[in-house]
Ligand binder design. Structure first.
Ligand code: SME
Length: 150
């Protein structure tokens, strides 16, 4: 099953309409994205909880590392640079954190609120190599904006 971004966007909009609680939004977003596509084996958020520090947020999949400094891993790189990290081969990414040894590729996106504060990052991991496209990055960026910066 491949994600239909138009349908996913509509589902997220209707489920989260009028909601502004960040945990409720993150939990609903992670759940809907995770179940929308067979490529997604771990789907969830890491939240900024202190300067240069991420902690696990709502997610779907096996357990994730609890704490990730901005200096480490793909998630840290997304938080540090504010740029989407599309990693086709995690073994080729210096400093990748292997929470699950099955992970082969990742897409990690920074998440901002309306004021432009960095809330955290959204991490999708796949057991398939080179699972993500630049279209996935663009569509996920738009969905995150529509949900967390509206
Ligand atoms: N893959 C991430 C770590 C988080 S988990 O795999 C759930 C990283 O290197 O940032």
């Amino acid at each position: 099953m491949r994600v239909d971004y138009a349908t996913l966007g509509q589902t997220l909009a209707s489920l989260t309409e009028g909601e502004d609680d960040i945990v409720a939004l993150m939990a609903t977003f992670a759940c809907e994205v995770h179940h929308s596509d067979d490529r997604f084996d771990w789907t969830g958020f890491y939240r900024v909880v202190a300067p240069d520090l991420l902690k696990i947020g709502p997610y779907q999949g096996g357990h994730g590392c609890l704490v990730i400094p901005f200096s480490r891993g793909v998630c840290g790189a997304a938080a540090r640079t504010g740029q989407v990290q599309l990693v086709p081969d995690v073994d080729a990414f210096e400093g990748h954190i292997a929470c699950a040894s099955s992970t082969r590729s990742e897409l990690v996106l920074p998440v901002w609120n309306t004021s432009g504060d960095l809330l955290g990052v959204f991490d999708i991991d796949s057991d398939q190599p080179d699972a993500f496209t630049s279209q996935d990055a663009q569509e996920m960026t738009a969905l995150l904006k529509a949900t967390f910066a509206r």
